[in-house]
Design a protein around this ligand. Structure first.
Ligand code: PSV
Ligand code: MN
Length: 396
C-alpha cells in the first residue's frame, strides 16, 4: 500500500485544465438560457478560470478555442500576460475547423481546396499563438465527415487528413505536442473522418513522434470500455490526454462523474496500474475538462467537476495493488473485483480537505466560492457591460 505522503505528493502533481468555453454562455441547438455571470470576453474567461484555480488549487491552465478567444488582431503574448495576472497560464490551443462557412463539407478532408487552404492557414496561426503563449499543446478536433452514403470518397478523405496532420506536425516546434481527438458522430451523421481511437492512433503515428491520441470520455458509443483503450494507448506510449465530461446518452458534456463516477475511477486506476505495475510513463498526460454547463452555474459546475476528478483520482490510489495482483494471479475474480470496490468506496474527502488546508485553501471549495460572492459581483458587472447587446456565446 502507498503511504499518505506518497498519495499527497501525487495529488500535488495532479492538475486539470479547464476550458475557456466552459465559462461562456452555451446551449443546445434548441436554445440557450443565458446567465448574468457568464463570461463575455477572454479576460472574463481567464478571470473565471483563475477563480476556479484559486479555490481548487489544481487548475493552473486554461484551454483556449482560437476563433472564440483570439479575435483577429489579438496579441497572443498579451493574452498570456492576462492569464498570468489571473494566476493561470494558457494551456491547449484548440483550432476551430468547423464553424466557418467554408467548412460546410469539412476542413482538411473537404473536396473544396479553399476549405483545406483555410484550415492550413488557421492551424499555422494556432501554432504561432501556441508559441507566443508558451503553450505546449495543439489540440485538434475535426467535425469533418459526411452525412450520406456516397457523398464523398472515404479513402481520398483519409489521405487528405493524414497528409495535413503530417504537414502541421512539421510546422510545430520540438516542444509542442499534437493531440488528435476522435468522435464517432456529430455533426456528421454518416461517417466521421476520425471516428475512433484506432484512427486517431494511426493518424498520430503517421503525423510524427509529437502526435498523440486525445480521449474525450463522451466520444464513444455506449458500453465502450474506455479504461481498456487508455491501458492500450499507455502501453503504446500514445496516450496524449483526456477531455473529461460525462454523459447519459451521447456527447452530452455533463459534469464529470455526474452519471458514472465509477468509470472515472477505473480510468485513474488504469493509469496507476500502467505506471506502478508496468513502469510506463504517464507523466505527460494532459488532463483537461471539456464541458458546457448549459443549466448549472458555470463556475460552481467547474469546481464540482474538478473536485470530483480529485476524489476519483484519490480513490484509485486507495486500491491495494498487491492484493489485487494476488487475487488476479490466483484467478479469484470476486476478490479482485472487491479490491477495486474497496478503493472506490473509501471516503477520501477528509484527506482532500487536509490537503487543501495544508495548501492554504478553504477545505470546501464550493462553499468558499459561494461565500465569496464572486458570482453576484461579476454577474452584476457583466450584465451592465452587456447592456442591450445579445449575450456572447461560444456556439454562435
Ligand atoms: C467536440 O465535441 C469537442 O469535444 C472538441 O473537443 C471541441 O474542441 C470541443 O468539443 C468544443 O467544441
Ligand atoms: Mn472534446
Amino acid at each position: 500500500m502507498q503511504d499518505r505522503d506518497q498519495i499527497l505528493s501525487k495529488l500535488n502533481a495532479f492538475e486539470v485544465e479547464t476550458p475557456s468555453w466552459g465559462y461562456a454562455d452555451t446551449g443546445t441547438r434548441f436554445g440557450k438560457f443565458f446567465q448574468d455571470a457568464a463570461a463575455i470576453t477572454i479576460e472574463d474567461k481567464l478571470q473565471d478560470a483563475g477563480t476556479v484555480h484559486r479555490f481548487t488549487g489544481c487548475c493552473p491552465s486554461v484551454a483556449v478555442h482560437v476563433l472564440w478567444d483570439f479575435a483577429e488582431g489579438t496579441d497572443p503574448g498579451q493574452v498570456g500576460k492576462l492569464a498570468e495576472a489571473q494566476g493561470v497560464r494558457i494551456g491547449s490551443i484548440n483550432p476551430n475547423l468547423f464553424q466557418d462557412q467554408t467548412y460546410k463539407f469539412g476542413s482538411v478532408c473537404s473536396p473544396n481546396p479553399d476549405a483545406r487552404a483555410a484550415a492550413d492557414e488557421h492551424v499555422r496561426r494556432c501554432i504561432e499563438i501556441g508559441k507566443a503563449t508558451g503553450s505546449g499543446l495543439l489540440s485538434l478536433w475535426f467535425a469533418d465527415g459526411t452525412n450520406y452514403p456516397g457523398q464523398d470518397d472515404l479513402i481520398s478523405r483519409k489521405r487528405l487528413m493524414q497528409d495535413a496532420l503530417r504537414r502541421w506536425h512539421s510546422w510545430m516546434p520540438d516542444d509542442m505536442t499534437m493531440l488528435v481527438e476522435y468522435k464517432p458522430f456529430e455533426p456528421a451523421f454518416y461517417h466521421t473522418d476520425i471516428a475512433d481511437w484506432g484512427m486517431s492512433y494511426a493518424f498520430s503515428k503517421f503525423a510524427g513522434p509529437q502526435a498523440k491520441v486525445l480521449v474525450d470520455t463522451g466520444h464513444h458509443f455506449q458500453g465502450v470500455n474506455i479504461e481498456h483503450i487508455v491501458s492500450f494507448l499507455l502501453d503504446e506510449g500514445m496516450l496524449g490526454g483526456f477531455h473529461f465530461n460525462d454523459r447519459k446518452y451521447a456527447d452530452d458534456d455533463l459534469t464529470t462523474g455526474s452519471i458514472d463516477p465509477y468509470a472515472v475511477f477505473r480510468i485513474f486506476l488504469a493509469i496507476r496500474l500502467a505506471e506502478e505495475r508496468h513502469g510506463l510513463d504517464a507523466s505527460g498526460i494532459a488532463y483537461m475538462v471539456d464541458q458546457s454547463h448549459n443549466l448549472k452555474p458555470k463556475i460552481e459546475a467547474m469546481i464540482q467537476t474538478v473536485t470530483t476528478a480529485q476524489e476519483m483520482f484519490l480513490k484509485a490510489q486507495m486500491v491495494d495493488l498487491d492484493g489485487l495482483a494476488a487475487a488476479q494471479a490466483s484467478m479469484n475474480i470476486v476478490d479482485a473485483e472487491n479490491y477495486l470496490r474497496e478503493g472506490f468506496e473509501e471516503d477520501v474527502r477528509p484527506l482532500l480537505r487536509e490537503w487543501r488546508s495544508f495548501k492554504g485553501m478553504a477545505a470546501e471549495p464550493l462553499l468558499a466560492f459561494r461565500e465569496s460572492g464572486y458570482e453576484a459581483k461579476v454577474g452584476a458587472e457583466r450584465k451592465a457591460r452587456r447592456g442591450d447587446a445579445a449575450p456572447a456565446s461560444s456556439y454562435a
